[in-house]
Design a protein around this ligand. Structure first.
Ligand code: SF4
Ligand code: SF4
Length: 394
């Protein structure tokens, strides 16, 4: 096993795990599948065992222990059954950055050829078609067809000061079309000079990172940054928290990056967006990549609080402690049943608030919660935050 994908800090973290089990209390996957090997502690201990067998004292004296393919296969099954929600690191007394660790371990497993094969298909789609669905990349803007009175430029101008980066899920999953539809309408009505990249928008690279293929994202980064620069834009807005987080962490650009909630809150504060009063009780689900990973907790809450008539109630788990909806970390592709069982728990939590609408700031969370509610035959209204903003605008 080549340990090149693990940083010295991560090797120390693996060694530092005290097996205290604090992370077990919060891992949403472990709450559904109580196998030791699937929880954060179990995964770290398995990795430690592999490393000792290959590089420990025993290996130095008697030679490297050969890796058991069945053990590696089982280990891979456990590592990929994770939403990358990052909740495990919140409770860890030795501050293990476990989300980054899981990604580095996946990269190691990819090198060994032990990863879910459908993720290999997703990689092929992203690298050949530039989106996760494998459809033609010009179909990214199919959601525009649902809008009336489109301007002649169809929001794809040659130059603009702001680029709205839509993301693959909103571009290709009809259930999420309302996300970009509401964002462009808000920007238009607020007088923002913006454009889409259309067929020139490529996947941000997040699905590849989450699957352990990080080394393949360089072309995507270069192409997307060049696309924005060619528009003469200074800022990029994202409705997808994972796109936002990936640009923030991996793109190393001088462009101003905003999640839609930050940009819209600024428009509200500048009084470019005004609301009429409409009474409704809502709750808010923190997306993992927006909240825990990017530290954006207040912007969506301030938007909701600024809307007259909106009664905002917190979920039992919120902000840093928010429970993942089950839609993260590609879990839906690896183990859809497990993803659904996490979403069921989230729905119970939402129902306990008595809210009429659950709002989120992630198209994937909204889609996961909505589709699971339908399966459960539960009446639950979900909305991406800009849908609510647009509906309540004067
Ligand atoms: S990132 Fe989330 S799902 Fe994965 S091990 Fe940690 S708590 Fe569990
Ligand atoms: S909380 Fe941290 S130290 Fe404790 S078992 Fe989990 S990963 Fe190891």
């Amino acid at each position: 096993m080549d340990l090149a994908k693990l940083t010295p800090k991560q090797l120390l973290e693996i060694d530092a795990c005290t097996r205290c089990g604090e992370c077990l209390r919060t891992c949403p996957v472990f709450s559904q599948k109580t196998e030791e090997g699937i929880n954060p502690r179990g995964k770290i201990q398995a990795m430690k065992k592999f490393i000792r067998g290959q590089y420990g004292l025993w290996a130095r004296i008697f030679g490297k222990k050969s890796l058991s393919q069945s053990e590696l296969e089982k280990f891979s099954e456990m590592v990929y059954r994770c939403t990358l929600c990052g909740e495990c690191s919140m409770q860890c007394p030795v501050s293990i950055d476990s989300r980054s660790l899981w990604i580095a371990i996946k990269e190691t497993l990819v090198d060994l050829g032990h990863y879910p094969k459908n993720l290999g298909m997703m990689k092929k789609n992203v690298l050949s078609k530039y989106n996760i669905s494998g459809d033609h990349n010009n179909l990214r803007t199919s959601w525009l067809e649902g809008l009336e009175n489109l301007p002649a430029h169809r929001y794809q101008k040659e130059h603009a000061t702001v680029v709205y980066f839509v993301g693959c899920v909103s571009g290709y999953f009809p259930m999420a079309y309302k996300v970009p539809q509401s964002v462009v309408r808000i920007l238009e009505r607020s007088g923002i000079d913006f454009t889409l990249l259309g067929g020139e928008e490529w996947c941000c690279g997040f699905p590849l990172i989450g699957a352990g293929f990080k080394k393949d994202i360089e072309d995507l980064i270069r192409h997307n940054v060049e696309g924005v620069k060619q528009k003469g834009a200074e800022s990029v807005i994202f409705s997808c928290p994972s796109c936002y987080h990936t640009w923030h962490e991996e793109y190393h650009t001088d462009l101003n990056l905003f999640h839609s909630t930050q940009f819209i809150l600024d428009l509200i504060q500048k009084r470019k967006i005004r609301f009429r009063e409409e009474k409704v009780r809502v709750t808010y689900h923190d997306p993992c990549d927006l909240g825990r990973q990017s530290g954006i907790f207040e912007a969506p809450r301030e938007i909701l609080r600024s809307m007259p008539g909106v009664e905002f109630v917190e979920l039992a788990s919120h902000e840093k402690e928010s429970k993942c909806c089950g839609g993260g970390g590609l879990l839906e592709m690896v183990d859809p049943e497990l993803s659904i069982s996490l979403a069921r728990e989230k729905i119970k939590e939402i129902q306990a608030t008595g809210a009429e609408i659950v709002v989120s700031a992630c198209q994937q969370c909204t889609r996961t919660i909505q589709s699971t509610a339908r399966r459960m035959k539960v009446h639950l209204k979900t909305a991406y935050i800009t849908e609510l903003v647009l509906k309540h605008m004067e």
